[in-house]
Design a protein around this ligand. Structure first.
Ligand SMILES: Cc1cc2nc3c(=O)[nH]c(=O)nc-3n(C[C@H](O)[C@H](O)[C@H](O)COP(=O)(O)O)c2cc1C
Length: 245
């Protein structure tokens, strides 16, 4: 394992931070690393909004179900999928943009995810910790209003950054065999892999330093995939110009 692999495989989300500030130059460098990620057709559909206002952060923390780290993290940014800016460039060429296509929505969302993860790796390489906040999508309309997002821009996730004030265990991942398949999709053996992983996760949840619980991956998936999650997203996206044609 080289140093980069070691860094990647040491990742764990950090939800408690020291008061040590992260200077603006470091934040800029982290975001530059995010911007260096591959991007579909060079569309660069990521816009990052840094939120310094404690009032705005408190509101977003509330929307996120009371996640204190949104308020407490030295740095909080929101990664947005932005088809407005390429639309401006398109219109400047006398061509009417068509940003409501499903394909463009996918492109923009993938771009943001890649940029976000590059930023997280850059931050972690500096000894900082990070936590994504997908819960901004609990109420994306209010977050959009707070950040004054125009149509064709939506908040994909927030990101807390700072010096870790906790040292959580690395969360085990699925066995490689469940994820890496040869030549074609087959779920043969997956239930065996899932059962093994359930045992691993039950042990992890039962002993982790950051608070224990009696659960397994399948238990968590039943709660996650077995319920309707954020059903407002479809109409929200349509209202913001992502009609998904
Ligand atoms: C897009 C995305 C959104 C997430 N949203 C939240 C969130 O709102 N709050 C939170 O505490 N963790 C959030 N997480 C962190 C995941 O819960 C975490 O990555 C996962 O449980 C694996 O744990 P690890 O990051 O420690 O390896 C999010 C992660 C991703 C990738």
């Amino acid at each position: 394992m080289n140093d980069v692999h070691q860094l990647l495989r040491s990742h764990r989300s950090i939800r408690a931070f020291t008061d040590e500030p992260v200077d603006d130059a470091t934040v800029a460098e982290i975001i530059r690393c995010g911007m260096a990620a591959a991007t579909s057709s060079n569309i660069q559909a990521t816009t990052v909004i840094r939120v310094r206002s404690s009032d705005t952060r408190a509101r977003i923390a509330e929307i996120a179900g009371g996640q204190r780290h949104v308020v407490d993290a030295p740095v909080f940014v929101v990664f947005c999928a932005d088809l407005h800016r390429p639309g401006l460039a398109c219109a400047s060429q006398g061509v009417t943009p068509t940003p409501g296509m499903t394909e463009q929505f996918i492109i923009a969302t993938v771009d943001v995810a890649l940029a976000g993860q590059n930023a997280v790796i850059a931050a972690e390489s500096l000894g900082l910790g990070a936590c994504y906040i997908g819960a901004v999508r609990n109420d994306p309309a209010t977050v959009s209003a707070l950040l004054e997002l125009p149509d064709h821009v939506y908040p994909v996730f927030g990101l807390c950054l700072g010096r870790p004030a906790q040292n959580p265990d690395v969360k085990p991942r699925l066995p490689l065999e469940a994820v890496l398949k040869e030549e074609r999709y087959s779920d043969a053996g997956d239930l065996v892999h899932i059962a093994a992983y359930d045992d691993t996760m039950r042990a992890y949840y039962g002993s982790r330093s950051g608070g224990t619980k009696d659960s397994s991956w399948s238990n968590e998936m039943a709660a996650l995939v077995g319920t309707e999650r954020r059903p407002h997203m479809r109409s929200f996206l349509a209202e913001r110009g992502f009609e998904l044609r």
